[in-house]
Design a binder for this molecule. Structure first.
Ligand code: NDP
Length: 290
């Protein structure tokens, strides 16, 4: 029986995700490196802002930090309750999950790699997709908690499988983004109205989430809202490229896209949204994608 739930890492995703837990559970604890955010969360949603030591004494512990390295450091610094399940919603490294799971299991803790997709709006509306790797028994126990935050919740395999699916998903996003920026730049240079061009493309076979949402809602209107950092996308494409290299596959589009995303991330200001990758194409081609 799950009595208590914790959420560690109240960033753009975690703050919104954890807001749904009190609807189904009475003992919901939150911890954030910057304490004020946890206190604000407690006031806003009726959660309890607690110390890290207290957070890791819950039956189910969620984390959503930038990288696997951040999670590994945190896990190494605490004594987690035996019998707990650690559900890591970070978009992390498969190898890290494969290492962490047996280390934690020796301490009586089951670890699930459970990254999410659906962006901050999905976190706010509890419509996220969870792609989960790890023991099925742990998945079944954590499912009701994940259901408060997500719509599609899939057990995709053993430890590391969830992180692998997420990395490939975000690599596809990056490829679509680079391709759509190149297509839009080409049309712009030929004097075509981009809004009208993309109305046609979005009713045709070139359509994708990037052409129907990212470009029109973030780039054409110059809003570039900061919801998902370009540096985090670069981290994800790097994980995907490492997976390709580990299997010694040929994947030239993945390699090229990783270089482009990495370059755009280096050129951008800290915290810039992933859609600002378009600005790299703008400066390369001396035009604006609007
Ligand atoms: P944010 O940068 O908004 O938040 C990061 C959170 O982690 C903050 O709460 C921050 O605390 C905390 N944190 C950072 N470093 C450490 C550390 N070393 N130790 C403890 N806490 C730390 O990130 P997001 O919420 O955007 O992303 C979190 C994860 O979710 C990433 O892996 C990302 O790739 C993934 N993701 C993001 C999506 C999005 O649309 N934003 C969509 C799907 C997945 P503090 O407040 O103190 O800075």
């Amino acid at each position: 029986m799950t009595q208590s739930i914790s959420f560690i890492g109240l960033g753009a995703m975690g703050y919104r995700m954890a807001s749904h837990l009190p609807k189904a559970f009475s003992d919901v604890r939150v911890w954030n490196r910057t304490t004020e955010k946890a206190q604000k969360h407690a006031q806003e949603f009726g959660t309890h802002a607690v110390s890290l030591e207290n957070a890791v004494q819950a039956d189910i512990i969620f984390s959503c930090l930038p990288t696997s390295q951040d999670v590994e450091k945190l896990v190494a610094s605490v004594h987690i309750k035996s019998g707990a399940i650690w559900v890591d919603c970070t978009s992390g490294v498969p190898e890290s999950a494969r290492n962490l799971a047996p280390i934690l299991l020796e301490k009586g803790v089951q670890y699930l790699d459970a990254p999410v997709s659906g962006q901050t709006i999905g976190a706010e509306n509890a419509t996220l997709t969870f792609m989960v790797g790890g023991q099925k028994t742990a998945f079944d126990r954590a499912l009701p908690a994940m259901q408060t935050m997500g719509k599609l919740i899939k057990h995709v395999g053993d430890s590391g499988a969830g992180f692998a699916v997420k990395a490939v998903n975000n690599m596809l996003l990056a490829i679509h983004l680079c391709a759509a920026c190149e297509g839009a730049s080409t049309l712009k240079s030929h004097g075509v109205n981009l809004q009208e061009a993309f109305d046609c493309i979005n009713a045709s076979s070139g359509q994708s989430g990037v052409t129907s949402s990212v470009l029109p809602n973030r780039v054409f209107n110059r809003s570039f809202p900061s919801t998902f950092a370009l540096s985090l996308l670069a981290k994800d494409t790097g994980i995907a490229l490492d997976l390709v290299r580990e299997s010694k596959l040929s994947a030239p589009i993945i390699a090229a896209s990783q270089s482009l995303v990495q370059a755009a991330s280096h050129l951008s200001e800290d915290g810039s949204d992933f859609s600002t990758l378009a600005k790299m194409y703008e400066s390369m081609n001396k035009l604006t994608i609007e």
